[in-house]
Design a protein around this ligand. Structure first.
Ligand code: SAM
Length: 440
C-alpha cells in the first residue's frame, strides 16, 4: 500500500504521536489503589474527577476521568485524611513529644510518625497510604557522591548542604528516638535508622502541602506548615498550569481548583512553584522538560573569565556589583542572557573614562555602542564556554552510564538536567547572535 504523505496525514500522525507521549495507563485496578480508595471512602472522600495512572513522561500521576473546566474544583480532601502534627500529637507519640525537652520540631514529629507507622506495618491505620509512598527518592541527598559530583557547581554545593542538613537532623534526633524505646519491642536504633529517617524526610520534603498550624508548646518554634495529603499528593508538577490550593475553614477540606481546563484522560497537573530545574531537582528529585523557568547560572569566576586582566578598575567594579546585589542570580535563559547578567557585564566592560557612569548602567541606561558590543561579546564567549563544558559533562555521563549500570537511573536524571541546560545555552547563543548583528 502506498504511504500517505499529505499535510493532513502529517498533522494526524503528529497529533497521534503527541497524544501517545502523554497518554496515561489507568492504574486504579492495582491493589494498593483499591486499598487506598477504601481507606479514603471510610474517611468520606470519593473521587469523581481523577484516577491514578502511569504516564510515559512523568511516571505515576493522576488522570482526569472526564473533562474538567477552568475554575472547577478538582479535589477536596477532608481534614481527617490529612497527616499533620495534630495527628502525631493525638497519637501514642503525643505523650513522648510533650515530655521531650527541648521540644522536637514539627518536621521531626512528622518524620517520627512516618517511620513508626511504617514499622507498624499491617497494624498501622495509615497502611494504605504508606503503601503508595515511594520506597526510594531521587533528591540529591539520596544520590551517590559520584553522581552528585556531576551536578552543576551551584547545585552540587546545595546538594552537599542538603546532605549535611539531613545528617545533622538525624544526629540531633537520636536522643529523642531513644526516649521512644518503651513503645517498641525492637531496639529503636534499628527502627529509627539514618535510612529510615532519610526516607521520611524525603517523603515530607517532596510531598507535603502547605498548611499553617498555630504554634504549640510541645513543639519547637520552627514554622509548622507541612501536611501530608494522601491521594492528592499523586499530582505531578507542571510549570505551565495555575491552581488555587488551600485549606477551606468552612468545608474543613484541603481544596484544589484548577485555572486550566483538561480533556478527558489527560494527566492533571498542579504547579509546585515557579522553580528552575536545579531547584526542582534539589527539592523534588526531578527535572521538568522545557521548563520556562529553567536557567543556567553564571558564577562570579566565570563572569570575569573573559574580561581583560589588565583592567585596573576590576576590583572596584566587582565591589559595586556585590554591593548592589548583582553578583548572584546571573543567568542564561530560553530568551537569552538575563537582564541582570547583561547589566553586570556592561558594568564590568565599562571603559576607564566612562567609569563614573556606573550608576546609569545599573539603572539600565545605554552608555555607548562600544560598551554594548563588548558586553554582548563577553556574554557570547561565556555562553560558548558553557556549551563546551556541558557537552563534555554529557559525554562523561554517557560513559558512566555504560560502565556503572547500577547508577543508570541517577545518571539519567543528571543527564536530563544537563541536556535541558544545553538547549537553553543553544537558544541563548542564538539570541546573542541576533543582538550582536542588530548593533550598529
Ligand atoms: C507530590 S509527588 C507526585 C506524585 C508522584 N509522581 C508519585 O508517584 O507518588 C512529587 C514527586 O513526583 C515526581 N514528579 C512530580 N512532577 C513530575 C514531573 N513533571 N516529571 C517527573 N516527575 C515528577 C517527583 O518525583 C516528585 O518528587
Amino acid at each position: 500500500m502506498r504511504k500517505r504523505r499529505g499535510r493532513t496525514s502529517r498533522i494526524r500522525r503528529r497529533k497521534l504521536a503527541r497524544s501517545a507521549e502523554s497518554r496515561g495507563v489507568n492504574e486504579s485496578f492495582k491493589c494498593e489503589f483499591i486499598e487506598l480508595k477504601k481507606w479514603l471512602k471510610d474517611r468520606k472522600f470519593e473521587d469523581t474527577n481523577l484516577m491514578p495512572a502511569h504516564f510515559p513522561g512523568t511516571g505515576r500521576g493522576l488522570m482526569s476521568k472526564t473533562s474538567l473546566q477552568e475554575g472547577q474544583m478538582i479535589i477536596s480532601l477532608p481534614e481527617n485524611c490529612l497527616l499533620t502534627t495534630d495527628t502525631v500529637i493525638e497519637s501514642y507519640l503525643g505523650a513522648y513529644i510533650t515530655k521531650w525537652k527541648p521540644p522536637p520540631s514539627p518536621l521531626l514529629a512528622l518524620c517520627t510518625f512516618l517511620v513508626s507507622e511504617k514499622h507498624a506495618g499491617d497494624q498501622s491505620p495509615w497502611k494504605p497510604y504508606l503503601e503508595i509512598l515511594p520506597k526510594a527518592y531521587t533528591c540529591p541527598v539520596c544520590l551517590e557522591p559520584e553522581v552528585v559530583n556531576l551536578l552543576p557547581k551551584p547545585l552540587k554545593a546545595k546538594a552537599e548542604e542538603q546532605r549535611a542538613h539531613v545528617q545533622e537532623f538525624f544526629a540531633s534526633s537520636r536522643d529523642f528516638f531513644s526516649s521512644l524505646q518503651p513503645l517498641f519491642a525492637e531496639a529503636v536504633d534499628s527502627i529509627f535508622s539514618y535510612s529510615a529517617l532519610l526516607w521520611a524526610w524525603c517523603t515530607v520534603n517532596t510531598r507535603a502541602v502547605y498548611l499553617r498550624h498555630r504554634r504549640r508548646e510541645c513543639l519547637s518554634a520552627e514554622p509548622d506548615t507541612c501536611a501530608l495529603a494522601p491521594y492528592l499528593d499523586l499530582l505531578n508538577h507542571s510549570p505551565n498550569v495555575q491552581v488555587r490550593a488551600a485549606f477551606n475553614e468552612e468545608t474543613r477540606c484541603y481544596e484544589i481548583r484548577t485555572a486550566s481546563s483538561w480533556r478527558k484522560h489527560e494527566e492533571v497537573f498542579i504547579c509546585y512553584g515557579h522553580h528552575d530545574n536545579q531547584r526542582l531537582l534539589l527539592e523534588y528529585g526531578f527535572v521538568s522538560i522545557q521548563n520556562p523557568h529553567a536557567c543556567v547560572y553564571v558564577s562570579r569566576e566565570i563572569l570575569v573569565k573573559y574580561l581583560p586582566s589588565t583592567d585596573k578598575q576590576m576590583n572596584k567594579k566587582i565591589s559595586i556589583l556585590k554591593d548592589h546585589g548583582f553578583i548572584e542570580n546571573l543567568t542564561f535563559g530560553w530568551d537569552g542572557p538575563s537582564w541582570r547578567l547583561l547589566t553586570a557585564l556592561k558594568l564590568l566592560c565599562l571603559e576607564a573614562e566612562k567609569f563614573t557612569c556606573w550608576k546609569k548602567v545599573l539603572l539600565g541606561e545605554v552608555i555607548s555602542d562600544t560598551n554594548e558590543k563588548a558586553s554582548l561579546d563577553i556574554a557570547q564567549k561565556i555562553c560558548c564556554y558553557f556549551i563546551k563544558e556541558t557537552n563534555a559533562v554529557l559525554q562523561k555521563v554517557s560513559h558512566m552510564k555504560d560502565e556503572k549500570v547500577a547508577l543508570i537511573n541517577q545518571l539519567t536524571l543528571v543527564e536530563m538536567l544537563w541536556m535541558e541546560e544545553l538547549k537553553i545555552l543553544q537558544a541563548s547563543a542564538e539570541v546573542l547572535c541576533h543582538l550582536q548583528t542588530a548593533l550598529p
